[in-house]
Design a protein around this ligand. Structure first.
Ligand SMILES: NC(=O)c1ccc[n+]([C@@H]2O[C@H](COP(=O)([O-])OP(=O)(O)OC[C@H]3O[C@@H](n4cnc5c(N)ncnc54)[C@H](OP(=O)(O)O)[C@@H]3O)[C@@H](O)[C@H]2O)c1
Length: 247
């Protein structure tokens, strides 16, 4: 069996722990410099994942934006942007969402088995639909499928909170990048960074804070959550070497 992909969780929250407001439009948490850093992290991974609510609400493209990073990926034999991954139980995903219509890479939709046929019909050749599980998709099974059948060795999970909670609660995360934006949201209906779960990191088993950095008005906390932590840093060095060879 293939080794599970290396998993990086990346998100930005308000000081009071919200991922967004409850207003109709998405609340920008980050700043331009931090978004560029996120683009750099995206470029390191084989695949990027968000939950179906984020696809519906934010309509993200999930592409590498910077041309030099795309060129480096191509030079190292990868596609310009990572594969895109989402998960849904309802099957409520619009085929004209930017997730499906932008970029050239692979798009994979995981859903419970009984939704598979209908979603395949609706999405056609816009995505590979994979049915796993009866009522919901277990994130461990999703990772096994990505590694065993899709050639994915690293996955960046960008949210939202429902998905982050499941990866963290199942102890499937190698590193966490948590950005704190300098404001409060303060709305009970807004999505929290995580919901309740039996997280492996508790007051008596503390996570390891590997790095902190200030990026303009936000702060980035980088936590090491497994003994594989840092595995992609080596790939980053490889990317640097390839970059140096590009004229
Ligand atoms: N600040 C940040 O860094 C950041 C990043 C990303 C997102 N966000 C925000 O987060 C909010 C969305 O977060 P969210 O927690 O509401 O939603 P989410 O995690 O994006 O998506 C949740 C949805 O994913 C599907 N899903 C999740 N787990 C599943 C499982 N095990 N099996 C099958 N389907 C599963 C379900 O889709 P169905 O409903 O289709 O069944 C579920 O409703 C948005 O406001 C977005 O803007 C913020």
């Amino acid at each position: 069996m293939s080794e599970r992909p290396y998993v990086t969780l990346s998100c930005a929250m308000s000081i009071d722990g919200y991922l967004d407001s409850a207003e109709p439009h998405r609340l920008a948490m980050s700043n331009a410099a931090d978004l560029d850093r996120v683009d750099d992290v995206r470029a390191l991974h084989d695949a990027i994942m968000v939950g179906a609510s984020t696809v519906r609400r934010d309509n993200p493209r999930l592409l590498v934006r910077d041309a030099a990073r795309r060129a480096r990926r191509l030079a190292s034999g990868r596609r310009e942007s990572p594969a895109k991954v989402t998960v849904t139980a309802s099957g409520d995903l619009a085929p004209d969402a930017a997730f499906f219509t932008t970029g050239e890479g692979t798009r994979i939709v995981y859903c419970p088995r009984d939704r598979e046929a209908e979603l395949r019909r609706r999405l056609g050749d816009r995505a590979t639909v994979v049915g796993i599980g009866d009522d919901c998709v277990m994130m461990a099974a999703l990772l096994d499928d990505l590694a065993g059948h899709r050639g994915v060795r690293s996955l960046m999970v960008e949210g939202g909170g429902t998905v982050l909670t499941q990866f963290l609660g199942a102890d499937l995360v190698d590193e966490l990048h948590l950005v704190i934006a300098p404001f409060f949201v303060g709305e009970a209906r807004a999505p929290r960074v995580v919901g309740p779960a039996a997280f492996p990191w508790t007051a008596s088993r503390r996570a390891r804070l590997a790095d902190t950095s200030q990026i303009g008005d936000v702060v980035l906390l980088r936590y090491a959550l497994s003994d594989r932590f840092g595995m992609l840093d080596d790939q980053s060095a490889d990317a640097g070497r390839v970059a140096a060879e590009i004229p």
